[in-house]
Design a protein around this ligand. Structure first.
Ligand SMILES: [Zn+2]
Length: 236
């Protein structure tokens, strides 16, 4: 049933001719057999769940993959890098995307050599680091340069409106974008701007400016930066 070398009739018949799966340990295989024949899903044993997932994928066993996947998603020890790597290995597109997004989201998680970088491989690690620095540069740029106000016909004092907007941008928007621990994404900042009243800024001008910012997607480019990085990795 689990033959790797079908030409060898003795494969798996005794301890002298074991079935050998490249990269799969005896413990991994035991976990998989326990799931298949004894219906044991070890919900708190991450490595056993990973073994069930990987072997479930190898044998195209859908129930094993689905059960292991749900149990892993429930574990709070499940690292973003592992989700990303397992997504790549087992062709789980949502995991590839979620894992990568978490790896580049703020605040940046510290990556450990043994737990994250080595298993990820240098190619993927390079994509994470360069995406982080592109997002960082983008945030600095939009923080530093307040976008011009789109004045509405009802605006009676353009200059005051401009000054109020620039002050709000420098003192609040920039601070939110550049906050080291709790930096907000451009999308969240736009929602927040929509809800606040800004001193000296005509509401219709503010609304028109936010509308234009949404249209030209300056503040929501982070999603595109991530999508581009995934495309560059060969993952659309
Ligand atoms: Zn105005």
């Amino acid at each position: 049933m689990f033959s790797v070398r079908p030409e060898d009739a003795r494969e798996g018949m005794d301890d002298q001719t074991p079935i050998v799966f490249p990269g799969i340990t005896r413990e991994d295989f035991d976990s998989f057999l326990n799931y298949q024949f004894r219906h044991i899903l070890p919900r708190n044993d991450e490595n056993a769940l990973v073994a069930i997932l990987n072997l479930g994928h190898f044998f195209q066993y859908d129930a094993a993959q689905a059960d292991a996947r749900l149990a892993l998603e429930d574990l709070n020890t499940f690292r973003a890098s592992r989700k990303f790597i397992l997504g790549l290995r087992n062709n789980i597109k949502e995991w590839i995307k979620d894992g990568f997004q978490s790896l580049v989201a703020l605040p940046y998680v510290e990556l450990s050599w043994t737990a994250d970088i080595e298993p990820m491989g240098l190619h993927a690690y390079h994509a994470v680091v360069s995406t982080r620095s592109t997002i960082d540069a983008h945030r600095r740029l939009i923080s530093y340069v307040p976008p011009p106000v789109e004045h509405d016909a009802s605006c009676s004092f353009n200059l005051g409106c401009n000054i109020g907007w620039r002050q709000e941008w420098r003192n609040k928007v920039a601070m939110h974008l550049m906050h080291p621990d709790e930096g907000l994404t451009g999308e969240v900042v736009l929602n927040w701007l929509e809800d606040v009243e800004i001193n000296d800024v005509n509401k219709a001008c503010k609304d028109a400016t936010i509308r234009r910012l949404r249209e030209n997607r300056v503040l929501t480019q982070e999603e595109e930066i991530v999508a581009r990085a995934l495309r560059d990795l060969g993952i659309a």
